[in-house]
Design a protein around this ligand. Structure first.
Ligand code: NAD
Ligand code: MG
Length: 391
C-alpha cells in the first residue's frame, strides 16, 4: 500500500529534495500534507505537482490567499494556516511518516506534536533537537514515536551505529565531519559580506543554515543534536574538518574499528535512508566513484576563528537552558546579519554575550522551553539594538 508522508517545510531545500525522492517511487510513497512558512505560490505549485490533500502555511494571514490560489488552479487540497494547524499535520494519524524540515526553532512545537502522537519522524530540523533536549527524546520514547535523522552527519552516524550493541555504543566515539564552510582558509573574517556567507562550497541549502555553516555554528548545533539523538556524552563527540564532504561522519569503536558512511554530497541520500529504513531505495544521488576521488583531506577545526563551535560543548556542559539560549541568540543574530544590521563577527559576539548572561529556565516542559527561547530572543535583540553585541 502507498505510504503517506506529511512534509513541514515542503517549499524549502530539504522539502523539495524529499519531494524529488518521493516522486521516484510513486507506488511506495505519496505526499499527503504539504506545509510551508508564508510562500503561497510555491506551496500551491508543490500541491499541484504531488496531488497533496492538505496545503498549510505557518503564516495565518495567508489563509485566504492560499485558499484562493488553490481554487484558481482547480486543486482540491484543503487549505490550513497557523501554528496549531501545522502541529495537527505533524501529529496526523493518517500519515505514515512526518518530515520535519522547517527552519529554526519554529519547528519545535511540530517536533513535539509528532513525538507525542507516536509518529515516524524524519527529522531535518536540528534546532528542535537542540532546544527540545532530553525532554523531546523522553517524549519520543514515552509515546512510541521513532526518529530517523535527515541531517547528513546524523544519518551517517545512525547507519554506522546500526549493528552496534548497547555496550559497544557506550564506548564509541562519534566523529562529525565538517566541510569547513566558505571561510576555512580565510584569516580575517571582519569584512565578510552577506553574499559571501550565503554561498556554501559543497551544499545548496536554505539561507539560515548556509550562514550557520560558514560560522561553524551549524556544526555546533550538530554536536548538540548528536548528544541527544544518540544519547552520547559531549566528551565523546569530536569534529573534524573534511572539505570534500565525502565521508559524512563516522563512529570509532573500542577495538580501533571505524565505521563511516560515504557518498556524494546530496541530501536525497539521507532523506531516502530516513524514508525507507530498514530498506534502501534509489534516491537520485549520483554513485560515488572512488577512482575519481584524487584525495580526501582532514584537519582540526579552528576554534579561535569559529568560536561558535566551541560554544556548543560549553552549552552542553552548562546544561539547563544554555543550548536554547545559544540557538536563539544565533537565530536572532543571523537574521540581523542577513538584514544588513550587524557585521559578520557580531553573530558570534551576540552568542557569546547571551551565553554569558546565564539565563536559566525550566526545560522540563515544552512551555518552559518555549519561554526560555522567547526570553533568549529578547535578550539577543536588546544586545544587538543597544550596540553591545557589535563587533
Ligand atoms: P529552507 O529555508 O530552505 O526551508 C525552510 C522551510 O520551512 C520552507 O519551506 C519554509 O517555508 C518553511 N517554514 C518557515 N517557517 C515555518 C514554520 N513556522 N513551520 C513550518 N515550516 C516553516 O531551509 P532548509 O535548508 O530546507 O533547512 C530546513 C531544516 O533542515 C533546518 O533545520 C536545517 O538546519 C535542516 N537541514 C538542512 C539541510 C540542507 O541541506 N538544506 C541539511 C541538514 C539539515
Ligand atoms: Mg549536517
Amino acid at each position: 500500500m502507498t505510504k503517506k508522508v506529511n512534509i513541514l517545510g515542503a517549499t524549502g531545500s530539504i522539502g523539495r529534495s524529499a519531494l524529488d525522492v518521493i516522486a521516484r517511487h510513486p507506488g511506495q510513497w505519496r505526499a499527503r500534507a504539504l506545509a510551508g512558512g508564508s510562500r503561497v505560490a510555491e506551496l500551491v505549485q508543490a500541491c499541484e505537482a504531488t496531488g497533496a490533500e492538505i496545503a498549510a502555511l505557518a503564516d495565518e494571514t495567508k489563509l485566504d490567499e492560499l485558499a484562493a490560489a488553490l481554487k484558481a488552479r482547480g486543486l482540491r487540497a484543503e487549505p490550513m494556516a497557523g501554528e496549531e494547524a501545522l502541529c495537527r499535520i505533524a501529529a496526523d494519524p493518517e500519515a505514515d511518516a512526518v518530515l520535519l524540515a522547517a527552519s529554526g526553532a519554529a519547528g519545535l512545537p511540530q517536533a513535539f506534536a509528532a513525538a507525542r502522537a507516536g509518529r515516524r519522524m524524519l527529522l531535518a530540523n536540528k534546532e528542535s533537537v537542540v532546544c527540545g533536549g532530553a525532554l523531546l527524546q523522553s517524549e519520543i520514547r514515552r509515546c512510541g514515536a521513532s526518529l530517523y535523522p535527515v541531517d547528513s552527519e546524523h544519518s551517517a552516524i545512525f547507519q554506522s551505529l546500526a549493528a552496534a550493541t548497547p555496550s559497544q555504543r557506550e564506548k564509541a566515539v562519534i566523529w562529525l565531519t565538517c566541510s569547513g564552510g566558505p571561510f576555512r582558509t580565510r584569516r580575517d573574517l571582519s569584512a565578510v559580506t552577506v553574499a559571501e556567507a550565503s554561498t556554501h562550497p559543497r551544499w545548496k541549502m536554505g539561507r539560515k543554515i548556509t550562514v550557520d555553516s560558514s560560522t561553524l555554528m551549524n556544526k555546533g548545533l550538530e554536536v548538540i543534536e548528536a548528544r541527544w539523538l544518540f544519547d552520547i556524552p559531549p566528551e565523546r563527540i569530536r569534529v573534524v574538518v573534511h572539505p570534500e564532504s565525502v565521508i559524512h561522519s563516522a563512529v570509532a569503536y573500542e577495538d580501533g574499528a571505524v565505521m563511516a558512511q560515504l557518498g556524494v554530497p546530496d541530501m536525497r541520500t539521507p532523506i531516502a535512508v530516513a524514508l525507507a529504513w530498514p530498506e534502501r531505495v534509489a534516491s537520485g544521488a549520483a554513485p560515488l566513484d572512488f577512482t575519481a576521488l584524487s584525495a580526501l583531506h582532514f584537519e582540526a577545526p579552528d576554534l579561535e576563528r569559529f568560536p561558535q563551535l566551541g560554544m556548543a560543548w560549553e552549552a552542553l556542559r552548562e546544561g539547563g537552558a544554555a543550548c536554547i539560549v545559544l540557538n536563539a541568540a544565533n537565530e536572532v543574530a543571523v537574521e540581523a546579519f542577513l538584514q544588513g544590521r550587524i557585521s559578520y563577527l557580531s553573530i558570534a559576539r551576540t552568542c557569546r554575550l547571551a551565553l554569558d548572561a546565564g539565563l536559566s529556565g525550566d526545560v522540563e516542559s515544552l512551555e518552559g522551553i518555549l519561554a526560555a527561547d522567547r526570553e533568549a530572543r529578547s535578550l539577543a535583540r536588546s544586545l544587538i539594538d543597544s550596540g553591545r553585541a557589535l563587533a
